[in-house]
Structures are given as structure tokens and as C-alpha cells.
Ligand binder design. Structure first.
Ligand code: AFP
Length: 342
């Protein structure tokens, strides 16, 4: 910090961090494009009331949800930034039915799946929302096709999210590395490395996070597990915003478990693999937690092992600290299922 000025001449910026850790200039360009998008989306979210951006755009998106005006704008922001970055070939957005293939002369080595504004049904009441992204490297010799991105989560190179809340924080990880948080410093318009993310020692706060309104359709072991969260001398606290980014951000920082399981009506659950399940699973695992599909197609697996068949495929999600996911598994074990051993 330069004395008396409040200016940090050595500010650990996102670009500097990516360069130092990877020496990959294309990845620096990619992360700068994502960061720019997040700053623009954050500004649009903040000005939504003034700029009359609340409300529906009048369309439905690729997964059948109503599109908000901010959904459409955030999608345009991301697509423009990534397509013009010169380092992307294939883009998959929650808002677009088909993948976007970048024109040949502008292609680069990365493929990005993203949800430009996740939790957007919360926008009009000013609850936190976020952007989620997962990055793959194009297969060798590929001219950029859907096959470059329809791969298991372990093939992702890096992933992250940005949460638009009282502060704007961008959380991301390279495959196999730690999880890092960058806070947007509005005085200089840059994301600055602010903290390392890791599950609290011992599991942290006992919090469960799920839409209990669906419980009638859940398997009996999940019903039993959630009932058990609520009894005893020190029951778990219930916290659920309906914005995955906000719920996962809290889970990573405070501890607990987030669940969007399969149910009788939706055997694949609700959340999308490429731009919700995979990026969050990578961050959860690299923070020391477990990211499981729960009971899915007859067995329990890692989310990152799933191979999506379609770009908008869904999978059930049970993720959080080891203490709490193991607690969840116990109810299936008692019901006679073989569960993963940690
Ligand atoms: P929206 O983007 O349509 O608001 O959906 C948000 C979301 O994909 C995810 O962020 C939430 O965790 C989940 O859906 C909430 O779903 P329920 O409203 O069914 O609880």
C-alpha cells in the first residue's frame, strides 16, 4: 500500500494471478473477457430498477424458463466478450438452444459453457444472482464442434462463478489447484485476489440448503435425512435462496450441504450439468468437499464423472462438506444401498 494514498501498487489482480500461475496468455485473455462480462452484468444488475430492466423479455430460454430482460442482456454481454476475445471456439449458454460456433478466423483454443445470469427469477426482488462458467480446451485438430464440450467434468480446465451481492466476488479454480476469490474493487474496476476458499475445519456450520417444497416427490432416504437435520439438541439451520451461486458461495464459506436431488417427477433433477453442476462440483471438490449425483440411474457417482449427452442435460446434485454428505449417504446405506466410502 502506497503510504497515505490507499493505493496498492502491487494489487494482486486477476490477470496477474492467471499469468503467474499458468504463463498462458490466451487464458489471461479469456479470464479478462469473463471478468469484463461480470463487471458489465454487475452494473446492469445494479441499475436494473433505474434502467427498467426488471421483468420478462417475453421469451422462454433453451430449458423452458421465462427469460428476463437481464437474462437476455447478460447473455449478449458474455457472447460478445467471448466471441471477440479471439481465444474461444465453442460457446454453450443456458440461454441458447444450440451451441455457438465462433467463425473460423476468430477461433481460439477454448470452449466455454456458461449460465450468464443464474438465479434470475430472484432479480426482481433484489436477491443475489450470479454468473457460472466452465472452460475446456478444444480437442486436438478440432475445428470447434459440440464434441469439444460434451465431455466429463474432469476434462474442464478451470471453472468458476461470479456472485452479484453486497460485494461482487469472482471465485475460480484451475483444475487440481486451490479455489481463489477475487473481489471487485469499484475504485479501480478490477478484481483483486482477496481470499483462498476452503471448507471450514471440521465441516463448519450445520446448514442444509434445498427446496423442501419438492419433498413429497423425493426418495424416502432423502426425506429421512432432511427430517434428521431438523431434530436433536443442535439441529441444522435451513438456508435456501433459490440462487445456486449464492447458496454454493455460502456453503463453501460457512459449510453445510446443498441438494437438488432427483425426484419422482424429474429423474435427472433440475440443474444443468455443463454450466451449473460441473463448475460448482469442481469448486466444491477443490475446497475439500464432495460433489455427488446422489442416487442417479441406480447408483451414486461423482458429478464430475458424468458425461452429458446433450448440452442442456441435467443431473441431480448433492454437494457440500464431507461431514454432511456422508451424513446424507448414511440414510441410503440404512435403506440397503451401496454408497461411496470416503
Ligand atoms: P433461475 O435462473 O430460473 O432462477 O433458476 C435458478 C436455478 O437454476 C438455481 O440457481 C437454483 O438453485 C435453482 O434453479 C432453484 O430452483 P427452484 O426454484 O426449483 O428451487
Amino acid at each position: 500500500m502506497e503510504q497515505g494514498t490507499g493505493v496498492d501498487v502491487n494489487a494482486p489482480t486477476l490477470a496477474g494471478f492467471v499469468m503467474q500461475n499458468t504463463k498462458d496468455k490466451d487464458l489471461v485473455i479469456l479470464m479478462q473477457a469473463i471478468a469484463l462480462s461480470c463487471k458489465q452484468i454487475s452494473t446492469a444488475v445494479k441499475r436494473a430498477g433505474i434502467a427498467q430492466l426488471y421483468g420478462l423479455a417475453g421469451e422462454m430460454n433453451s430449458t423452458g424458463d421465462d427469460q428476463k430482460k437481464l437474462d437476455v442482456m447478460s447473455n449478449d454481454i458474455m457472447i460478445n466478450a467471448l466471441r471477440n476475445s479471439g481465444v474461444c471456439s465453442v460457446l454453450v449458454s443456458e440461454e441458447d438452444e444450440e451451441p455457438i460456433i465462433v467463425p473460423e478466423g476468430m477461433q481460439g483454443k477454448y470452449c466455454v459453457a456458461f449460465d450468464p445470469l443464474d438465479g434470475s427469477s430472484n432479480i426482481d426482488c433484489n436477491v443475489s444472482v450470479g454468473t457460472i462458467f466452465g472452460v475446456y480446451e478444444k480437442k486436438e485438430g478440432s475445428t470447434g464442434t459440440t464434441a469439444d464440450i460434451l465431455r466429463c467434468g474432469d476434462d474442464m480446465l478451470c471453472a468458476g462463478y461470479c456472485v452479484y451481492s453486497s460485494a461482487v466476488e469472482l471465485v475460480f479454480a484451475f483444475k487440481g489447484g486451490g479455489v481463489h476469490c477475487f473481489c471487485l474493487d469499484p475504485s479501480i474496476g478490477e478484481f483483486i485476489n482477496s481470499r483462498v476458499m476452503k471448507f471450514p475445519e471440521g465441516g463448519g456450520k450445520k446448514i442444509f440448503s434445498c427446496n423442501e417444497g419438492n419433498s413429497e416427490k423425493w426418495d424416502q432416504p432423502i426425506k429421512d435425512c432432511v427430517a434428521a437435520f431438523k431434530i436433536g439438541e443442535k439441529p441444522y439451520a435451513a438456508r435456501y435462496t433459490g440462487s445456486m451461486v449464492a447458496d454454493i458461495h455460502r456453503t463453501l464459506l460457512y459449510g453445510g450441504i446443498f441438494m437438488y436431488p432427483a425426484d419422482k417427477k424429474s429423474p435427472k433433477g433440475k440443474l444443468r450439468i455443463l454450466y451449473e453442476g460441473f463448475p460448482m462440483a469442481m469448486l466444491i471438490e477443490q475446497c475439500g468437499g464432495i460433489a455427488s449425483t446422489g442416487l442417479f440411474n441406480g447408483s451414486f457417482g461423482r458429478i464430475l464423472d458424468v458425461v452429458p449427452q446433450h448440452i442442456h442435460d441435467r443431473c441431480p446434485i448433492i454437494m457440500g462438506g464431507e461431514r454432511d454428505v456422508v451424513f446424507f449417504y448414511d440414510f441410503y446405506e440404512k435403506a440397503g444401498f451401496t454408497v461411496p466410502k470416503s
